[in-house]
Design a protein around this ligand. Structure first.
Ligand code: ADP
Length: 209
């Protein structure tokens, strides 16, 4: 199995932006959030079970998950949130595993896991944890600009995630993302080189066997 770098960070910290830059360096990415979106899109692999568990009120006309409706249900009912996670998490894990295996050619794979710090499973699975870090006020500003949520709604989501300190405590590497994209690229390149070296030492991708 490849050398696996887990990329995490709070909502709006810049995970997607950082993953895109690693992609531009030729790194293989597996994104658990993207997998979750696929599973809950029209004809997604989780939709039958979700419709059965929560009824038509959480479905969009095309059959995908109505995320706003589901969020309202899950925030008000912890049991519903657990049921949804019970459906989604095993499917996300098995699809993640399948994609990582399919990338056996890659020197290393970057696994994007928003809740990596909160989830013991992925933490144990990765060889290294990379945290994208920024001020909480920056997170709020970015998510408001991106989504149109209110500051209170963003803070409510952040309250369900690990704190900045908890994330930094489990980080092997940290990328501070407070500046512009050029600055971010300058910080990522040395990390990419380091991961190539570490992966080579680990010697687990296909060409090394
Ligand atoms: P996450 O995936 O962690 O939620 P994103 O990468 O989507 O975060 O970033 C949140 C928003 O902030 C996006 O709209 C993104 O374009 C913007 N953003 C993130 N980092 C930067 C940066 N360094 N410079 C400019 N915009 C950024």
């Amino acid at each position: 199995m490849n050398f696996l770098v887990g990329l995490t960070g709070g909502i709006g910290s810049g995970k997607t932006t950082v993953a895109d830059i690693f992609t531009s360096f030729g790194v293989a990415i597996v994104d658990t959030d993207a997998i979750a979106h696929e599973l809950t899109g029209p004809r997604g692999g989780a939709m039958e079970a979700i419709a059965e568990a929560f009824g038509p009120g959480v479905l969009l006309p095309q059959g995908g998950l109505d995320r706003a409706a589901m969020r309202r249900v899950a925030f008000s009912d912890p049991e519903a949130k657990r049921r949804l996670e019970g459906i989604l998490h095993p499917l996300i894990r098995s699809e993640t595993e399948r994609r990582c295996v399919a990338m056996a050619w890659a020197p290393y794979v970057m696994l994007v896991v928003p809740l990596l710090v909160e989830s013991g499973v992925y933490r144990q699975r990765v060889d290294r944890v990379l945290v994208v870090d920024c001020n909480e006020s920056t997170q709020v500003e970015r998510v408001i600009a991106r989504s149109g949520l209110t500051a209170e709604e963003v803070r409510a989501i952040m309250a369900t995630q690990a704190s900045r300190e908890e994330r930094l405590a489990v980080a092997d590497d940290v990328i501070l993302n407070e500046g512009d994209r050029a600055e971010l690229e300058d910080r990522i390149l040395p990390l990419h080189r380091r991961y190539l070296e570490l992966a080579e030492v680990a010697g687990r991708h296909l060409t090394q066997r």
